[in-house]
Ligand binder design. Structure first.
Ligand code: PMP
Length: 447
């Protein structure tokens, strides 16, 4: 098996040829916030699985809940007239959890891309039910990431994730993101940049005609695009613009919901109330593929107030009882451990630690974060010209960091840190020391 090394499969976001030339690391075990590879090398997981393992890998109450659910009801569909206790209880718990965000109904899915797709579908259906079938277009942010289904891919703001699959869904328009390090306005002041992006949003709405737009979807802090937190004035102003124009606001909180930002949701971080919130990932902490779209009052009134409104889609695993049992146990642990507090404290430690590394290493062009455990380092080969780092040097940083004790994720020029929210101070230091080693070696290699 070690020799076969995954060559008979194609890995996500990986070139099939690379899978052969640079075989993947085989991860064999995980506990706490650490992972162990097939050679017995143990490292702190600075990635948190894939931004999802908020509670670490040894969450006993979740394992027990899954096992108990497997013993009683391993599966039954929630389509057309059947449901199950676990998912009914979960919908109750989630509607309490997200009540401060103005969201009190749930629709269950099998993951983040499904949650995004569901929210786009429900947005179009909402306007049809309200007699405005012409509202079909979608707005999103450049550098936003919204998953892999055709709808989600169409609103993705990064052309790299779209171009291979075109033509995509027509009627999707991408607004400049509040990304201070690089933007078409050459504006580095976060508040002024937010204003310019908001003006671009207003202009696009006017150009398209507000009456043709169904919804705006955005991540409260852009994640996969390289951890881009907007100025705090940005999200409330987006909400105001959407409201004023009859456009629904969807927050894609596949990463940000359940505590990662140091707030219980990205919406709460910025003080907004979206019409829909797409969630997944940490809802089951990696124990089960699962997602939930949370729905606000406008959606509830429109769908529940209309006898002809029928949800025309769903997933075989929507409301899966084992996923629901896992999610219930995760939610209880998330609340019991009050993970937002540690996420904020360790987030500050990592963010400030990365800023200190920036003073030492010329390869670090920009450090972004400061809101919980979402931090990115943008690597450059030249700080003055901001020329992005080459893939080979970025790979050296990642590999040396790994050999020095921490798994970190490199995505294009960005090095992303999104560890478990239960990370300790010592584990955060291990990540920072491993990065220091990685940057030191990369500078030698490049020289
Ligand atoms: N939206 C966002 C913001 C994401 O970060 C992701 C996944 N990284 C998705 C959607 C898609 O989620 P999934 O991979 O579970 O389909």
């Amino acid at each position: 098996l070690k020799e076969h090394n995954g060559r008979l499969m194609w890995h996500p976001m990986t070139s099939p040829k690379d899978s052969i030339d640079q075989p993947p690391k085989i991860i064999t075990e995980a506990d706490g916030v650490s992972i162990v590879d097939v050679d017995g090398h143990r490292v702190v997981d600075g990635v948190g699985g894939l931004w999802n393992v908020n509670l670490g890998y040894s969450c006993e109450p979740v394992k027990k809940a899954i096992s108990a659910q497997l013993d009683t009801l391993p599966y039954y569909s929630t389509f057309r007239g059947t449901s199950n206790d676990a998912v009914i209880e979960l919908s109750y718990e989630l509607s309490e959890f997200f009540a401060p965000d103005g969201l009190s109904r749930a629709f269950f899915t099998s993951g983040g891309s499904d949650s995004v797709e569901t929210s786009l579908r429900l947005a179009r259906q909402y306007h049809k039910l309200r007699g405005e079938p012409g509202r079909t277009k979608f707005l999103s942010l450049k550098k936003g990431y919204h998953g892999t289904h055709f709808g989600g891919a169409s609103v993705n703001g990064n052309a790299n994730f779209r171009s291979a699959y075109e033509p995509l869904m027509p009627g999707c328009f991408h607004i400049p993101a509040p990304y201070t390090y690089r933007n078409p306005f050459n504006e580095t002041d976060p508040e002024k940049l937010a204003q310019l992006c908001l003006q671009a949003l207003e202009d696009e709405i006017a150009f398209q005609d507000a009456g043709t737009i169904a919804a705006m979807i955005m991540e409260p802090i852009l994640g996969a695009g390289g951890v881009i937190p907007p100025h705090p004035s940005f999200a409330p102003a987006v909400q105001e613009i959407c409201n004023r124009n009859g456009i629904l606001l969807i927050t894609d909180e596949v990463i940000t919901a359940y505590g990662r930002t140091g707030a219980w949701s990205g919406a709460r971080l910025w003080g907004i109330q979206p019409d829909m919130m797409a969630t997944a990932k940490a809802i089951t902490n990696g124990y089960f593929p699962f997602g939930a779209v949370m729905l606000g009052q406008r959606m509830i009134d429109t769908f529940e107030g209309n006898p002809n409104a029928k949800i025309g889609h769903g997933y075989t695993y929507s409301g899966h009882p084992v996923g629901a049992a896992a999610a219930l146990a995760c939610l209880a642990e998330t609340k019991r451990l009050n993970v937002v507090e540690n996420a904020a404290a360790r987030g500050t430690q990592l963010f400030e630690g990365c800023q200190a590394l920036q003073k030492k290493h010329g390869i670090i062009g920009d450090v972004r974060g400061g809101y919980g455990l979402m931090t990115a380092i943008e690597m450059v080969s030249d700080r003055t010209t901001k020329k992005p780092i080459d893939a080979g040097t970025a790979a050296v940083v990642q590999e040396v960091a790994y050999q020095s004790g921490a798994m970190v994720r490199v995505s294009g020029p960005n090095l992303i840190l999104s560890p478990a929210l239960i990370l300790s101070e010592a584990e955060a230091n291990t990540i920072l020391q491993a990065l220091d080693a990685g940057f030191t070696q990369a500078a030698k290699t490049a020289a």
